[in-house]
Ligand binder design. Structure first.
Ligand code: SF4
Length: 413
């Protein structure tokens, strides 16, 4: 069937780039080991975003200065719960400490470059990082929840055939601070009553190819005491199926797991997702059977419906058969067309029939309706042509962050 698929381009050969994904070094913005000097040399470039520090790292920084660990909780609450944008506003933190923080760190690693609002209320944020790369984050309000779709890489190197982000290639991994800041920055702009309640790590990039930064960001986001206090039950990490990292994620966190499956036929899936050559369907499903998924949870399988590719009733029957024995549910995602993709969305009756075939075989199935299609914010549509370095953009982010730094240093002198 692979030869008859309506695919317009081969994705063979792209898998080779996958192994290098994890090795991208964080840019110099996050470097800066050891205590900073107490005076002088405080350009924005030398100071790292404080949101990127974990609990232990901030405690160690305080300890090196003879300060008690509880100050760390105070600082974190200002950052993650009160959304402070300047150290000076941390009024219960001693003045000298505020000054030392302002000399060593900045608050913020990105700035909003553009906001696009969909007719359905979805808002797509184009966020510019300090090195000029851009990522997209999507705010999705619903009646009972507000979900933020977060990016974990600038671009992506995994080359899925249907995905607009794949066209960018991988620019680099995001840092822990840049993942956390997407939530913080959008949270600052939300009306109080429409605060972010749920997160999906399904934006640009493969979260598990950037495991450490993703895991660190989740730690800050879920920390109820001094972090953002978003319950892990309301967070879903989506992956193409990087098996070792999937296992680690399930062992180390309590977040939900979603796996982009899209076909249970190796010939079809390998054409759609080069990662399948490394981790074929049988290996992926075997791994799912042995994952330590808590008793009341289910693995979600995402299944993109592509007209004439994977939408036959026989595909649905085979899918149900292969998922037998896995505590799971299936999200059917009718394809969101984007320019040059070469794929189409199946007609409504085909989508309905596919879902019914699964349900008839005992598979919990939900058809996910696209949000933000008119602003290219729906699944698989995230892409930005100007994703490369742009001097003006960099200057704008630096200026925004520098402004906070100046306010801090003026106020703390
Ligand atoms: S679907 Fe996800 S993993 Fe695949 S290329 Fe797009 S962003 Fe990367």
């Amino acid at each position: 069937m692979a030869s008859s698929m309506a695919m317009t381009r081969s994705v063979r050969g792209l898998l080779g780039s996958m192994d290098t994904v994890c090795r991208m070094e964080l840019d110099s913005l996050t470097e800066g080991q050891g205590p900073a000097p107490l005076h002088g040399g405080n350009s924005v470039e030398l100071r790292r975003p404080i949101e990127g520090l974990g609990h232990a790292e901030l405690s160690a920084w305080l300890d090196a200065r003879g300060l008690p660990a509880y100050r760390g909780d105070q600082i974190r609450r200002w950052l993650f719960q009160k959304h402070a944008t300047a150290f000076e506003s941390m009024t219960d933190v001693p003045r000298e400490l505020r000054q030392a923080l302002a000399r060593s760190f900045v608050i913020g690693s990105l700035a909003v470059q553009q906001r696009s609002r969909s007719d359905d209320g979805t808002v797509k944020y184009l966020l510019r990082l300090r090195d000029g790369n851009v990522v997209e984050t999507v705010y999705i309000p619903e009646a009972d929840r507000v979900t933020l779709c977060v990016s974990t890489q600038a671009g992506c190197g995994l080359g899925c055939a249907f995905c607009a982000t794949a066209r960018m290639g991988l620019k680099r991994n995001l840092t822990r601070a840049e993942i956390v800041d997407q939530v913080l920055e959008v949270q600052r702009q939300c009306p109080e009553e429409r605060r972010i309640s749920n997160l999906v790590l399904m934006g640009m990039g493969e979260p598990l190819a950037n495991y450490d930064a993703t895991r660190g960001a989740l730690e800050t986001i879920t920390d109820a005491a001094s972090g953002m206090a978003i319950s892990p039950r309301k967070i879903t990490v989506s992956t193409v199926g990087l098996l070792p990292q999937m296992r680690r994620l399930m062992e180390e966190t309590r977040v939900n797991l979603a796996i982009s499956l899209h076909s249970v036929r190796d010939d079809v899936r390998s054409e759609l997702m080069p990662v399948n050559r490394k981790y074929p369907v049988a290996q992926l499903l075997e791994c799912c059977r042995s994952l330590p998924v808590p008793r009341r949870k289910r693995i979600t399988f995402e299944y993109l419906l592509l007209r004439g590719v994977n939408d036959l009733a026989a595909d649905a029957a085979e899918l149900a058969k292969r998922l037998r024995g896995i505590r799971c549910k299936v999200n059917l995602i009718p394809f969101n067309p984007h320019e040059g993709s070469g794929f189409d969305r199946p007609p409504e009756d085909v989508i309905e029939r596919f879902g019914e075939t699964l349900r008839a075989r005992g598979i919990q199935t939900h058809v996910r309706r696209p949000r933000g299609e008119d602003i290219q914010a729906a699944c698989g549509q995230l892409y930005h042509a100007a994703a490369s370095e742009d001097g003006a953009g960099r200057a704008r982010v630096e200026a925004a962050i520098e402004q906070r730094g100046v306010a801090d240093s003026q106020a703390t002198q």
